[in-house]
Ligand binder design. Sequence first.
Ligand SMILES: *Cc1c(COP(=O)(O)O)cnc(C)c1O
Length: 419
Amino acid sequence: MTVKNFWNRRNFLGSAGVLAGMMLTARRVFGLPAAVPAAMPEKLTGFGATGSVYEELGVTAVINGEGTMTYLGGSLPRPEVEAVMALAAQHFVSIVELEQAAGKRIAELLKLPRDYDAIVTCGAAAGMQSGLAGILTGDNRTFIEQLPDLTGMKSEVIIQKSHRNGFDHQLRATGVKLIEVESREDVKRAINSKTAMLHFSNFANASGQIKVDEWVKLAHENQIPAFNDAAADTPPVSHLWDYANMGYDLIAFSGGKAIRGPQCAGLLVGKKEFIANALLNNSPHEDTLGRGMKVGKEEIVGMVKALECYLNEDHAALEKEWWRRLDTISAELTRVPGVATSFNVPDVANHVPHMQIFWDPRKISLSPHDAASALRKGKPSIVLGSSENGLGMNSFMLKPDEEKIIAAQLVQLFKSHAA
Ligand SMILES: *Cc1c(COP(=O)(O)O)cnc(C)c1O
């Protein structure tokens, strides 16, 4: 079996069933020492014995045409990531030492500017909270224990109104007040001695008056650190270093989205001092705001491997494959009378091919909402997005051949609702 075919086997992790077998095969493929660790069972009995942990729990696994959605499980980590996580699970280490060493390796992999460092967090949202906490507290132990009581610290974060979203809860958790602005004049008026940080939400770049490059300049003109939430903003891969090169003091990425690291991992990249202070405010340190955002040794190591793999990926070939999948589905669907498709690639955030599926309600009597829910209830269950206008999907989280299943199910659904 070639390595390539092995990776493509859909059942590699999903239904291997025999953990030791998986490790042995992984060892063969990845050239790891052949010995199975003593703790690794030869064969699973009880829970997991069928190889289908979700079915055993009565939970339906879905075909994911929606993308890297946290509520669907983020992404599927590469087998190499699973392999290093299993290796990490065999030993005890100092988590702080591991965070620092992994951060150093990540900074090298990403060729970050010399004064930049990184840590692995349990997600981009955690990176936002601990990053801001570090800016507020510095390395002051009293302040760290005192959060979210900001007595003696700065207490305001400036954010563009159109950049407010569900993730600014992580900023507010530190106790800060968010000061909303729209224009450059608003920013100048808002800055005062209590201003701790200027926050930018990268995917909202187009909707705010002040764009990503100007925001960081405004911050630095006033000696205030700037944060960029770039959680879902790879691809392109260059975004992993672009914002550091632009001068952002801290940047957060999700590990469990397109990078395909462990789902509960993220990356906080930034100026050395801010990264060190973020770590002081995060697990494993006790009596900290971030103690609840624990990062495991497996996630830390898995994230290093995920980045290495992601950087070595043939991104052009991947993109071609994502288009091919959508084209396959589109070709089948548009043969059904009344069905049309269109395509787009969002500028930032999920910068991957997307397809919209429309139909003439005079030819097919089915609402987009009902279409989506029929797919979700189908066997296999398929998750696509829906709006008033039709269905929406992308293909970057599909497993091999799932595009054929989606096409067949949709064609059948449309035909069964022909008016
Ligand atoms: C997904 C996302 C987050 C949260 O990232 P996690 O890694 O899930 O914590 C934050 N901001 C934006 C814009 C996101 O898309």
